[in-house]
Design a protein around this ligand. Structure first.
Ligand code: SAH
Length: 343
């Protein structure tokens, strides 16, 4: 069956015409799905019952069910666990900032990248998410909170560059002026560094922000934290980041999770400066969120501040990520994993 919510308007018009309906029906249907965020065909009350039945026979309608919601007592961050049609679950996070509401979505069920500090990857990859399943995380959260989402980060479970075609379709739908119409500049996609896909993305010349999970400043150290580093070395990665900036004019964000005693020393900071200085970039320091299954510890407050100061002294644009929702399994994949252990 056709996954109707993953169709763009042109595809939808062709489809609707092919089943003998008038073209304007496609626009109505599209609006119900992507503007009014209907949960099913039956909510689309200005479409005839006959047309709705026809749709039900032919199309699957992605609509995620929230099966668990946790709200942080500290900062109001909410974490949602959603069930997909096949029974798999994914998690998404809703964060309130001064500039608006931001949602962090998952791009896959599980992940096969194997980063050592990350909970999402512990059981490997189950499957990729469809464009409609990425979108509906945002739609479902909008329906539940009643508030508009202005920023989207693809930083939840999964490696977006390992689900490239669906990611692009998702971005097309999310930024469509006939849909939610979120600006490309308000979208961030985070990758562990799959070089050929990053180049491909650069060639798309989108205005989205690309975030690279760097986490180490030598190949040797990076390989210990991230298996993907065995495939692409830092030199290639940095060249690719420069290429991304050349093509898009968008500065790269480097994510650097600080792990106590592993990558947070003075030398690490110095090496990081050397590495990123030639690039137009922004460095986001993230105190590692310790997960039960690994024995990494976060860096001390003092070390984090020292690290930041050093970068700043060298005129590197740097921020420390505000820790949101630490009391509600904030780190990638923790809630989904807990759920799996419980059932
Ligand atoms: N696969 C993509 C996006 C998902 S992870 C990527 O690797 O970028 C989002 C970010 O959170 C990445 O920078 C990832 O390295 C980081 N991360 C994962 N687990 C973490 C943890 N326990 N503590 C701190 N950061 C973590």
């Amino acid at each position: 069956m056709i996954d109707i919510k993953s169709y763009d308007l042109t595809e939808l018009e062709e489809e609707i015409i092919s089943i003998g309906e008038k073209k304007f029906r496609a626009k109505q249907l599209y609006e119900w799905m992507h503007v009014r965020m209907a949960r099913d065909f039956d909510e689309m009350t200005n479409l005839s019952k006959e047309f709705r039945e026809k749709c039900k026979e032919r199309y699957t309608y992605t609509s995620l069910q929230a099966i668990r919601v946790q709200e942080s007592a500290i900062d109001g961050t909410r974490k949602f666990l959603f069930e997909l049609a096949d029974g798999n679950v994914v998690e998404s996070v809703w964060m309130k900032y001064k500039f608006g509401n931001s949602v962090c979505i998952s791009s896959q069920v599980g992940c096969r990248m194997g980063c050592r500090f990350c909970a999402s990857t512990l059981d490997g990859l189950e499957r990729c998410l469809l464009p409609s399943e990425m979108l509906d995380q945002i739609y479902a959260i909008t329906r539940i909170t009643g508030e508009r989402v202005s920023n989207v980060v693809v930083m939840g479970t999964g490696e977006p560059m390992d689900n490239y075609e669906n990611l692009l379709k998702f971005i097309t739908l999310l930024t469509d002026k006939n849909g939610l119409n979120i600006s490309q500049r308000n979208i961030t996609v985070s990758t562990c560094g799959i070089v050929p896909r990053m180049r491909q993305l650069a060639d798309e010349k989108l205005q989205i922000t690309l975030a690279l999970s760097l986490h180490a400043t030598t190949d040797e150290k990076r390989r210990r934290l991230m298996p993907i580093a065995n495939k692409y070395n830092l030199r290639e990665l940095m060249e690719t980041c420069a290429y991304y900036f050349d093509k898009t004019g968008r500065r790269i964000t480097f994510e650097y999770s600080l792990v106590g005693g592993v990558n947070d020393t003075k030398e690490d900071a110095e090496q990081l400066i050397e590495l990123v200085k030639p690039l137009h970039c922004h460095v986001n320091l993230i105190p590692v969120n310790p997960i039960e299954e690994r024995d990494f510890v976060e860096s001390g407050k003092h070390e984090v501040q020292e690290f930041k100061n050093k970068l700043e002294k060298n005129k590197i644009n740097v921020t420390i990520r505000r820790e949101m929702g630490r009391d509600i399994d904030g780190a990638c994949g923790q809630l989904r994993r807990r759920h799996k252990c419980e059932v």
